[in-house]
Design a protein around this ligand. Structure first.
Ligand code: NAD
Length: 374
């Protein structure tokens, strides 16, 4: 597990996924046998690794990635490094014949992401890329609504993602400063469009084209040491995505907006027979039979309670932490040798959408996406 001292590596992948799986005694396979996990922590700081290892009863850690990759006891290489450092590490791990599990984006350019997918296919190693948003309770409820036929024909999707990320001067920023420097692999498009790609393609249809407008709304920020720096990567992106089958998705991604929503991400889906608004956890619906008939009249204050027209969708299930749920599926697929859809090629499509979004923002034109293949 490389990069376990980072935000995602520590909390989501180590503590909430791998250690949770270890502590429950592994994952049960269909034949009743168990896959167990034993993490090896990899990083640059011996002291940080030793501290994490001691805190969680982990026996193995190292600052020597090459030796770890050369050691056949460790079967899977998992990567949670800053985006910029990822491709080189993945390349090494694939060359060493390790199975791969990695955060998104898998690389900084689509060429490199596709090359990694090709190298992995040639080496015959199983690969997995984080698709965590699909496992959010709200999105799982949405999937259920789609599968039940609730929407009729889906027309459009409107997504709002974001919150205010402090500049770092008078209040410490709540995201790492590299996110705001293009030269360090930052930017909200590279960060969020890979998520939007797998959310859209798995729920509504493959993305055929994108128009995006990226902005650096806050041009100067203060880093972890309190030092001022120029923000060179966009902190907001306004995107329109055309999907296979004609659905239109429009998603705002912003670290420069103040939340007036139920949750930090929300999708509003309109279909001929019904609509839904889903967030991280919650989901609510409005059926065509319960749709009010507003009449536009700006001269009169509208007394209708539009919020009351929506009905909550119950969970009817226990949803695990999404990162853990995906880890369990990946490890099961690894143990059984079955196909795994959320692989490096899926990851490359995410990078492709991010790259096309940036290109669209630079040129001002809508950019078509060609299907990617190995
Ligand atoms: N799936 C999600 O929802 C989600 C959310 C946030 C971030 N991410 C992704 O996770 C990755 C890590 O993001 P984070 O927010 O945890 O970042 P972070 O800065 O908190 O952690 C990054 C890790 O990489 C290590 N690192 C930094 N520079 C390095 C270098 N040059 N060489 C080797 N290691 C280096 C750090 O020591 C740290 O362990 C990014 O690729 C990001 O896009 C995913």
């Amino acid at each position: 597990m490389n990069g376990v001292s980072g935000r995602m590596g520590y909390r989501q992948h180590l503590v909430r996924s791998i250690l949770a799986i270890r502590d429950q005694g592994g994952i049960e396979l269909p034949d009743g046998s168990k896959v167990t996990v034993r993490p090896l922590l990899v990083g640059r700081s011996e002291a940080k690794l030793a501290e994490i290892a001691a805190q969680h009863g982990i026996d193995d850690w190292t600052t020597d990635l090459d030796s770890a990759l050369a050691d056949s006891r460790w079967e899977i290489y998992a990567d949670f490094l800053v985006t910029k450092a990822r491709a080189a590490a993945l390349r090494k791990a694939i060359a060493a014949g390790k199975a791969i599990y990695t955060e998104k984006p898998t690389a900084e350019t689509v060429e490199e992401a596709l090359e990694l997918a090709r190298l992995a296919a040639e080496a015959g190693v199983k690969t997995g890329v984080v698709h965590d948003k699909l496992y959010l309770p709200g999105l799982q409820k949405l999937k259920r609504l789609i599968d039940s036929g609730f929407f009729g024909r889906i027309l459009s999707v409107r997504g709002e993602f974001g919150y205010w990320v402090f500049e770092g001067d008078w209040q410490v920023a709540q995201r790492p400063s590299w996110n705001y420097r293009a030269e360090d692999g930052g930017g909200i498009i590279v960060d969020m469009f890979p998520h939007w790609n797998y959310v859209l393609e798995n729920l509504f249809g493959e993305v055929k084209s994108v128009y995006a407008h990226a902005s650096i709304h806050i041009p100067e920020r203060w880093d972890e040491k309190g030092e001022r720096y120029d923000a060179t990567a966009e902190d907001a992106a306004y995107g329109v995505f055309e999907l296979e089958g004609g659905v239109v998705a429009q998603i705002n991604s912003s670290w420069t907006t103040r939340v007036d929503r139920g949750e930090l991400v929300e999708f509003h889906v309109d279909g001929t027979h019904g609509s839904a608004v889903v967030g991280l956890h919650k989901a609510k619906i409005q059926h065509r039979n319960a749709t009010p008939k507003p009449v536009w009249n700006p001269d009169l204050e509208d007394s209708h309670d539009y919020d009351a027209d929506w009905q909550p969708v119950p969970a009817n299930d226990v949803f695990l932490n999404g990162f853990r749920q995906q880890w369990e599926e990946y490890l099961t697929s690894y143990a059984l040798g079955t196909d795994y859809a959320f692989d490096l090629l899926a990851g490359a499509r995410g990078v492709q959408l991010a790259q096309a979004g940036l290109e669209s923002s630079r040129s001002g034109a809508k950019v078509a996406l060609d299907p990617l293949s190995l």
